[in-house]
Design a protein around this ligand. Sequence first.
Ligand code: FAD
Length: 445
Amino acid sequence: MKLSRRKFLLASGAGALAAPGIAGLVAPKDTVEIDSEREMSLWTQETPKLPSFPQFEGERQADLVIVGGGYTGLSCAYYAKKMRPDWKVVVLDSHTIGSGASSRNSGSVSPYYADKPEEEALGKRGLDRLKGFIDQQQIDCDFRNISMLRMQFSKEGAEAARIDNNPQTKWLSADVMRERMGTDYYTGAVEQQGAFSVHPTKLVAGHAMAAVEAGAELFEHSAVTNIEHGKPATITTPNGTLRAKNVFIATNAYTPRLGLFDYKMYPLHQYTLATRKLSAQEIQQFGLDEWPMRFEKRTLPITFAMTPSGHFFVRIVLGYASHNSSEWPDLKGAKELASRIFHQRFPRIAELGLEHGWHGVTGHTASANQIAGAIGEGNVHVSVAYNGLGIMPSHNNGYLSACNITGNKDQDTASLTGTTGQVFVPGDFYRSILFKPGFKFLTPV
Ligand SMILES: Cc1cc2nc3c(=O)[nH]c(=O)nc-3n(C[C@H](O)[C@H](O)[C@H](O)COP(=O)(O)OP(=O)(O)OC[C@H]3O[C@@H](n4cnc5c(N)ncnc54)[C@H](O)[C@@H]3O)c2cc1C
């Protein structure tokens, strides 16, 4: 049986939604984007280059084939090899290893899952696992404890935040922000300690090296174009085929283009724009050393953050591109929009020069629940759709999925609940009509 979009939907109980009539309108014919260009992020430019990995060719057998070489796929490869050193574990990436969201994000490490903020113990164990991995592998990825500002932009919001302010947080008035940060835009902010940040590309490079040292084989420019269900499953790439006892799908925002879950998840496009490298004096002048992470909570949230190397950046949500594409059709417009938003909030910092821009995609579900667990006949596993908050969850889910695949126990494997809790997301036809103008309308500029 092919794990094609339609068959998967039928198997997962969402088949009624793809009934004739509706299916004709929504079914996209799109396939994996093999030749798309990915402009390097600033993070990647400043990270020592990983060795190149070969393209997959020929006919092979493996105990575990992992589709996608970001945090999720590489973490699973590493832990699976640790749990089963005798297994042949293969990672296939359509582009270069780590070139997806794992090297394009804002580096804010949350100690909780987007869909389970109340499950503090689960998040804490996930964070401890990630920290333990970084320490044990001695990954130099600037993991650090920082303070975070929750910025307010309305009088009412500021008043409510000021009243709610608890002893663990500190209130910053609009006057303080004007004086210390050179901004008139905000009505105040709550300062919170206990946030964490990391250098995303150094972290994913560390994952790749750990997986290789553990004995996994990594392949680049080896897009999986089809997964045929069965025991073993058959994985097709442009230059070769693998028969796999187990498969792990770790393609996050790119998953719908693989033909899976396109009625359950969708990719959202983001753009990041960073200043030139600032001097120590400039960093101090605008309070960037004291408040390196600044978060504006909106329907389309905005993040400002300092990189460890001295660039201050803004990250904005752009919206949805047709056909679940992971390419944004107007990068020039995206850069202009990010620049306008930056100038509006922090004009004096923006004037210092906005030099580095990059684009990325995140995987979302309507309910904000991740999709993680066994699907199909039980030997195909998945972990995708972190709803924009995936650094800790992707690493932890890679570990938990490795437990499930190799038959090891962990108290948290029950948190991988598959596709339960998902809400139907209309297909591309409706998304294009509803999402695109919706995102434009909600853009906070
Ligand atoms: C701009 C931006 C800001 C973000 N900020 C934060 C943040 O501050 N904090 C946080 O926690 N999270 C953040 N995230 C989310 C976080 O980066 C992701 O959740 C995380 O990187 C997901 O890792 P992953 O390995 O699952 O996916 P990815 O890193 O996207 O890896 C998926 C891989 O699959 C490969 N692939 C796709 N299709 C195929 C195929 N058919 N065959 C083979 N390979 C394929 C891709 O090339 C890619 O390398 C952000 C994301 C973005 C884009």
